[in-house]
Design a protein around this ligand. Structure first.
Ligand code: UD1
Ligand code: CA
Length: 472
């Protein structure tokens, strides 16, 4: 990161538009990409280049936007959306009151989250170096589509921007377009915003019309071209949202790889930007890691693992198909394949949870094991407890949840039902097939299965009866 803190820079983020092409009840900047609302990435960017809280222009669903953004921005309200120039004017009214002259204003769009801070810094540096009134970011995408076209004169100087909807067929052929990111000198911005008109196909106040106004009054306009057009990709549709999310994930995975994480097939992994993974961990294909998940070093995350807000220590092995949500897994634990760790699960060091085991609101002490086919809910499982195959905590009586406590060193035989509330004392054994309804004292053996009966010769007699019936 080479981005500097620009102490002389105000940032305006335009975020009042609804985004009708999303076909959503939710404003587009609150749609999530890689685990965070789109607007969060733009707020990060603003924070990386300016030490002042940005001014965000809000309109549509502004209560929801303000609730999501909180104290990270100051808000200017645009009651009705009369265009980008009108939006900037709402923010200017706040800045004019407090800004001394000679400041710079960076304008960002709330729906353009992929710009690198280094690119913004280049734009700011170029603006200062050249003493332009306005320096804008342009790009040359494969398809210039509906972007505003950058019109240059014979000498190559930028003279104006023409919106695609207002452009002639000749102008539409221009490949260089406006990325919607600008650095202005505050005086030139504030001094001209009120001179914009709505004399265009959309009847809006276009911010882009400032170029021609500034040119006409003899000011210089500069531009730098973004090396990769993805930096200015906006989220206007679900397809663009998917492209943006893919790019953020690609960046997250690239960063994790540079920090020492192995991905066996990075293109198949879905990973939020809020996830951290320690070095020498290995992530297999088709893994999804979401939310505030942290994974330590030297872990193995096998195919089909799905983690949501999980905290995973070091040297943990998460085998195929394991799902964990709001769960804590300490160092050297081994989980799965096909285990389901539900919220409130806390597994100590060296715990082993095997295939088809479900846990919920349960604490496992160091070295405890449930290796096969079990449901352990609302339980406190001590250190080195061994839970046999098919064991179930009957934690719910139809109205209330009850607790099962298995003290240290307990051995639960296979196919046991632990009818909660129930406690098995330290070191006690429960025989296979038992239904435990009463507390078991420490060191005892509890058995509740029906004694086995043997009826000698029964099978031969049965077969004889059957063959007689057939011959009838
Ligand atoms: C704008 C530019 C276009 C550029 C493109 C880059 C103008 C007139 N055109 O077009 O040259 O190529 O961005 O992405 O500026 N907004 C408000 N209030 C409004 C209108 C818009 O806050 O009244 C906000 C939107 O929420 C959005 C941003 O401003 O975040 C850009 O507006 P949008 O309508 O998407 O402009 P484009 O048509 O994409
Ligand atoms: Ca747009």
């Amino acid at each position: 990161m080479t981005a500097l803190m620009n102490t002389n820079l105000d940032v305006i983020i335009l975020a009042a538009g609804l985004g009708t092409r999303m076909k959503s009840a939710t404003i587009k900047i609150l749609h999530r990409a890689a685990g965070r609302p789109i607007i969060d990435y733009v707020l990060d960017l603003a924070g990386q280049v300016s030490d002042r809280p940005p001014i965000m222009v809000v309109g549509h669903q502004r209560e929801a936007v303000q609730a999501s953004v909180g104290g990270r921005a100051r808000f200017a309200i645009q009651e009705s959306q009369k265009g980008t120039g009108h939006a900037v004017l709402q923010a200017a009214e706040i800045l004019e009151k407090e800004s001394s002259t000679g400041r710079q204003v960076l304008i960002l769009s709330g729906d353009v989250p992929l710009t690198y801070p280094e690119t913004l810094q280049q734009l700011i540096d170029e603006h200062q170096r050249s003493q332009n009134a306005l320096t804008l970011l342009t790009m040359k995408p494969a398809d210039p589509g509906m972007y505003g076209r950058v019109v240059r004169d014979a000498g190559g100087a930028v003279i104006r921007i023409v919106e695609a909807k207002d452009a002639t067929d000749e102008e539409k052929k221009i490949g260089e377009v406006n990325a919607g990111i600008y650095v202005f000198d505050s005086a030139h911005l504030f001094g001209n915003l009120r001179n914009l008109s709505t004399n265009n196909s959309q009847g809006e106040y276009y911010l882009t019309d400032l170029l021609a106004l500034l040119r006409d009054s003899g000011h210089r306009i500069g531009a730098i071209v973004a090396s990769d057009p993805i930096e200015a990709l906006g989220v206007n549709s679900r397809a663009e949202l998917a492209t943006v999310e893919g790019e953020i994930q690609r960046r997250v995975v690239t960063k994790l790889m540079s920090d020492g994480v192995t991905f066996r097939n990075p293109a198949t992994v879905v990973i939020d930007s809020t996830v951290s993974i320690g070095n020498d961990s290995v992530v297999y294909p088709y893994v999804t890691i979401e939310g505030a998940t942290t994974i330590g070093s030297r872990c193995v995350i096998e195919p089909g693992v799905h983690l949501i807000n999980a905290t995973v220590g070091d040297d943990v092995h998460l085998k195929t198909g394991t799902v964990a949500e709001d769960a804590l897994i300490e160092n050297e634990a081994s989980i799965g394949p096909y285990a389901h760790l539900r919220p409130g699960t806390r597994l100590g060091r060296h715990v082993k949870i095997g295939n088809f085991v479900e846990t919920k609101k349960s604490i496992f002490g160091e070295g405890a094991k449930a290796s096969h086919l079990a449901y352990i809910g609302d339980a406190e499982v001590g250190a080195d407890v061994n839970i046999g195959a098919g064991t179930i905590t009957c934690n719910y009586d139809g109205v209330n949840k009850h607790k099962t406590v298995l003290e240290d060193g307990v051995f639960i035989g296979s196919d046991t039902q632990l009818v909660a509330p129930v406690r098995v004392g330290k070191g006690a054994y429960v025989g296979a097939g038992s239904t435990i309804t009463k507390d078991v004292p420490a060191g005892a053996l509890a058995l509740s299965r029906t004694p086995q009966r043997i009826i000698a010769g029964w099978a031969a007699r049965k077969r004889e009866d059957r063959s007689k019936e057939k011959t009838k």
